[in-house]
Design a protein around this ligand. Sequence first.
Ligand SMILES: NC(=O)C1=CN([C@@H]2O[C@H](COP(=O)(O)OP(=O)(O)OC[C@H]3O[C@@H](n4cnc5c(N)ncnc54)[C@H](OP(=O)(O)O)[C@@H]3O)[C@@H](O)[C@H]2O)C=CC1
Ligand SMILES: O=CC(=O)O
Length: 324
Amino acid sequence: MKPSVILYKALPDALQQRLEDHFTVTRVNNLSPETVQQHADAFAGAVGLLGSSEKVDAALLEKMPALRATSTISVGYDNFDVDALNARNVLLMHTPTVLTETVADTVMALVLSSARRVVEVAERVKAGEWTKSIGPDWFGTDVHGKTLGIVGMGRIGLALAQRAHFGFNMPILYNARRQHKEAEERFNARYCDLDTLLQEADFVCLILPLTDETHHLMGKAQFEKMKKSAIFINAGRGPVVDEQALIAALKNGEIHAAGLDVFEQEPLPASSELLKLPNVVALPHIGSATHETRYNMAACAVDNLIDALQGKVDKNCVNPQAKA
Ligand SMILES: NC(=O)C1=CN([C@@H]2O[C@H](COP(=O)(O)OP(=O)(O)OC[C@H]3O[C@@H](n4cnc5c(N)ncnc54)[C@H](OP(=O)(O)O)[C@@H]3O)[C@@H](O)[C@H]2O)C=CC1
Ligand SMILES: O=CC(=O)O
């Protein structure tokens, strides 16, 4: 008999088939307590769990005593209680690398669209406001040659630095927990502390995981340190930023504009003050959302689950020490 797994995200047909070649699959819509209750036997007997964007915590693990591996279709895994997984020797697999270049493209799109006011002026054209040759009230600010501050020089930070250095001739400052020789040698990036980066950068780009240390890393005091002309970009996780402090900084003119792919609450409520500000480009968490990359992420997650349940955790495993 094939081992049983729970799938809580739709997969393309070929990948669903690949999963079914290896496992008996129970497909559910979410991991809510009601769903778990409704499929109690399937959850109790499942050795694997595959999906994305749902909370996997100790309460859920209680209902899954046979679980040996979880596989998320994402690189970020802040929605998993890793300590609880470790306590039960449950592996956590994720999808780094396959999405890196696509997410870096998205960050660059946020840099360009917020600096050049692409969304705002395109909306004005659609509204019929382009009735004569445009004046300074339609102008943006240059991107090329400006200083880019990257907070989080990991896989995506590095891919962003590559674009900024070679494509836009931007001097690069960066902050991370440690220095990254590759960024310094290939892109002439300069390591500095966060305060220095905030004071000197024309664009401050966050591409950080959400952890206890990064939660609200950017608050009132940090926005006050930024240049008034600076543009703030967040493509990591929403709660890394104190959103009320960001709104205040934008309203008070402490910073010039913001480009955001992630928010403290997602989906961003339609009532959010951010949506009333013309100097904000707000995207619906589309960092990796291309057909190609989302397919590759799902394929990676399926392969990761197969590998993990065969004891192969040499790559894409967050907690290889949990291998029983
Ligand atoms: N908007 C979207 O759709 C997407 C968002 N993401 C988010 O982006 C994050 C980064 O992805 P990726 O680049 O692959 O991850 P990596 O693990 O490769 O990079 C993370 C970087 O963050 C740095 N970092 C972690 N904690 C701190 C801290 N306390 N202070 C300063 N720097 C810190 C790390 O520092 P060091 O190098 O010193 O360890 C590292 O440079 C993901 O965790 C996810 O949350 C990812 C994909 C898509
Ligand atoms: O936010 C997306 C991810 O892959 O993490």
